[in-house]
Design a protein around this ligand. Structure first.
Ligand code: FMN
Length: 293
């Protein structure tokens, strides 16, 4: 009789509800408690990727990565439309949309441009027309990070641009490293993508990545010439597409055209080439009218 009471439907339901509440409490507490650790790991992973794409190997412990990154990298925030430094402007825009930034230093480190684009808020993003949106982002952030890797003596050795674009299944996010001439690619790496392993996922392979260093970005007329194509010609602009993954490969090609063109880092690159003697005698990038619609 006592046993029957214990197994009554009401008791089973109460037990199930209590279990659900306890489990959800445990999961949400763990998620909140681990958030800062997760953020730290994401930041560390980004730094490791930035170091690797600029040629650093055997990175060591997390302390080593943080130290090396701090010594050799400068972070900038630029206005994508003009190419000019814009950390103060970005900070004001972020504060306007409720992302409170205490100062410029915090803004440099914490600004999340993918968030800005997804927020669809006027202060921090511009809507792209269908024709402009070749990489499927819908809204482009107004401000972007640029990472500058310097030698121990402080000479610019690489520029690194955050790039992204849609493949077959996922938004592929990576870093493109460029030599100080702002014409020669130094490397490309992806830190976040979900293409099929063995097919599109091969964008992370050593073989695919090895094709990038030395490729030229702009043609004589300032047009973005670097491309990913099937049966690539043996020239200074072309990267061989991945076998059985043409859609992912096309995504990477479009990403290059977008981010190195007028909608992306074109204006910044043009300004740098004007102001830097080492880049002055390479091809100029032509920037067009404002085309955000
Ligand atoms: C299960 C599955 C996963 C696939 N994953 C990818 C992928 O990650 N990237 C890609 O471009 N194509 C992928 N494809 C193939 C595409 O559907 C398409 O056939 C291919 O991009 C065409 O490339 P090809 O012209 O080199 O054959 C996948 C196909 C299947 C059946």
């Amino acid at each position: 009789m006592q046993q029957d009471k214990k197994n009554s439907p009401l008791n089973v339901i109460i037990l199930a509800v209590v279990l659900c509440v306890v489990c959800s409490l445990v999961v949400s507490t763990a998620a909140v408690g681990l958030k800062s650790l997760q953020d730290k790991n994401v930041a560390l992973d980004r730094k490791a990727n930035l170091l690797q794409v600029t040629g650093f190997e055997d990175l060591g412990t997390s302390a080593d990565i943080n130290e090396l990154f701090g010594q050799r990298f400068e972070i900038e925030i630029i206005d994508l439309e003009t190419g000019e430094p814009a950390v103060a402007k970005a900070m004001a825009a972020l504060n306007e949309v409720g992302k409170k930034m205490k100062n410029e230093e915090e803004t440099l480190v914490k600004y999340d441009q993918v968030w800005a684009s997804k927020s669809k808020k006027d202060s921090v993003s511009d809507q792209l027309s269908k024709d402009e949106d070749t990489i499927q982002i819908k809204y482009r952030e107004k401000f972007s990070h640029v990472y500058i890797m310097k030698s121990e003596s402080g000479k610019v050795e690489k520029y690194v641009f955050p790039v992204r674009g849609y493949g077959l299944w996922s938004m592929m996010k990576g870093y493109l490293a460029v030599e100080p001439d702002l014409q020669t690619i130094a490397g490309l790496t992806f830190y976040d993508q979900a293409e099929t392993p063995g097919l599109g996922g091969e964008i992370k392979s050593v073989k695919f990545k090895a094709q990038w260093p030395g490729k030229q970005i702009y043609g004589a007329k300032g047009d973005v010439r670097v491309q990913v194509v099937k049966s690539a010609p043996d020239d200074q602009y072309s990267i061989d597409a991945l076998t059985g993954a043409t859609i992912t490969s096309n995504g990477v090609s479009k990403m290059m055209k977008y981010w190195l063109g007028d909608q992306g880092f074109g204006p910044y690159i043009k300004l740098k080439k004007q102001s830097q003697p080492e880049a002055a005698n390479t091809t100029m990038v032509t920037t067009g009218e404002k085309t955000n619609g």
